[in-house]
Ligand binder design. Structure first.
Ligand SMILES: *[C@@H]1O[C@H](CO)[C@@H](O)[C@H](O)[C@H]1NC(C)=O
Ligand SMILES: *[C@@H]1O[C@H](CO)[C@@H](O)[C@H](O)[C@H]1NC(C)=O
Length: 419
């Protein structure tokens, strides 16, 4: 058990190898009772059937077209032919752990994220008051720089589009902007209400603007060139602001609070002003820990959607039904989630096969993959290896690596099986 060559961490390798487990294609196991409880993973026939569409999505290419106009092209047909009849579970089979980072062990790592269009660069923030930027290439994987300066737990962060800066929020009441090359703190912006800052995100079309949510129920648009709040860019929610997500063109912002509400806002690109549009009560009193917006589900289903974790022991998928951000529940998937700030993501690449995949953390220490297009047996894969609730997950841009972080401060990089 201690000889898995893929594990490169010197001290944790044996312990982790003992618990690394993948449950691939759970429906296959269900059909073959003898396979129940089998350790390790099955051989897979993943054939790389994805096309890099993430950038097109970021640029809002698909949002310029009316809904339903996305028809399969000859290119799509060709990729589908290449994909053959491999299932989504086979496509999301993992070969094991690539690396384990433990520089934050003993403090939870609430967020982690790969950089934009760089498959070997990622960052995470920690309740120990620091952030770290890690690189996986050239090997061996290493911590490139630790961002030190916050005077309290770091709750959230975001990469700018060009990866040159990271913005972070902390319970110390400051927003900080960091140079990712040398780790220098370029700017510190104090919350005007001196309240704890809980979440932040960049305006996708104008990285001079960020949105920050605080514990006094407010969100503010901040101009990071000046460090000032944008006039008309503030609003009040019903509770502590825990989660934020823009749609790809940056026109709609959703914000979730700890009283169970998601608000949508219209964002005025010219002025940075916010207009409150809609409110959805997901579940009175439940924390909305994570919101991710996506303007398409798969090549076949251009279906603007929102993925939400709301401490309800399930992952929720909403359909965005109008251009004011109104939400309608589409599906939910069982996970263990009662109180921790568990996050989830859409897989970054557009699927050319049947189905579309989302990934979520869970309090049962596992990472779950669900096919959002499948009505029954939606679970596609499950990764075991963490020693505490999994709080966040991130795929790199070509989906060759998945990173996951947990409440014990462990960060695991998983390598996808690729042919
Ligand atoms: C940000 O502001 C600077 C000057 O303040 C400007 O040169 C740059 O184009 C702006 N960036 C964006 C994305 O608007
Ligand atoms: C942000 O500040 C810069 C520098 O003063 C300014 O040029 C820019 O217009 C501001 N952006 C917004 C949206 O207020």
């Amino acid at each position: 058990r201690c000889h898995l060559p893929i594990i490169t961490h010197p001290t944790l390798a044996c312990g982790m190898a003992a618990v690394w487990q993948q449950v691939l294609a759970v429906d296959d196991f269900e059909e073959d009772p003898r396979a129940q409880g089998t350790r390790g993973h099955r051989r897979s026939v993943s054939r790389g059937s994805y096309q890099l569409q993430a950038q097109m999505n970021r640029a809002g290419v698909y949002d310029e077209r009316p809904p339903g106009s996305l028809v399969p092209t000859s290119v799509a047909e060709a990729s589908r032919a290449m994909a053959g009849d491999t299932t989504l579970s086979e496509n999301y089979a993992f070969a094991g752990m690539h690396h384990i980072f433990d520089q934050h062990v003993d403090s939870a790592v609430p967020r982690l994220q790969f950089a934009n269009d760089d498959k070997h660069l990622l960052a995470c923030c920690s309740l120990d008051g620091t952030l770290s930027i890690m690189t996986l290439s050239p090997p061996p994987a290493s911590v490139k720089v630790i961002l030190k300066g916050h005077g309290g737990p770091v709750t959230d962060f975001a990469w700018s589009l060009s990866n040159d800066v990271i913005v972070s929020t902390s319970l110390d009441g400051t927003l900080r902007i960091w140079n990712t090359e040398d780790g220098r703190c370029i700017r510190e912006v104090r919350d005007p209400e001196s309240s704890e800052l809980l979440c932040c995100t960049f305006q996708p079309m104008n990285n001079n603007l960020t949105v920050v949510g605080n514990s006094k129920h407010h969100l503010h648009v901040v101009n990071i060139s000046t460090g000032k709040k944008v006039k008309g860019g503030s609003s009040k929610l019903t509770g502590r602001v825990l989660s934020l997500s823009f749609d790809a063109p940056g026109r709609i912002l959703w914000a979730g609070d700890d009283r169970g509400s998601i608000f949508s806002f219209l964002f005025d690109m010219a002025t940075g002003k916010l207009t409150k549009a809609k409110r959805l009560v997901v579940s009175e009193g439940s924390s909305i820990c994570s919101i991710s917006a996506r303007s398409w589900i798969s090549r076949e289903a251009r279906d603007p959607s929102l993925l939400v974790n709301a401490c309800l022991n399930k992952l929720l998928l909403y359909r965005v039904v109008d251009n004011e951000g109104t939400l309608q529940l589409k599906r939910s998937f069982p996970i263990q989630h009662g109180s921790q700030h568990v996050h989830s993501i859409f897989c970054p690449l557009m699927s050319f096969r049947q189905g579309a995949c989302v990934v979520t953390g869970s309090e049962d220490t596992c990472v779950y993959f669900f096919d959002v297009e499948r009505n029954t047996k939606a679970i596609v894969n499950k990764l075991q290896g963490h020693g505490g609730p999994v709080l966040d997950v991130s795929f790199n841009c070509d989906e060759s690596l998945l990173a996951s972080a947990d409440s014990t401060g462990m960060v695991i990089i998983w390598r996808r099986e690729q042919k």
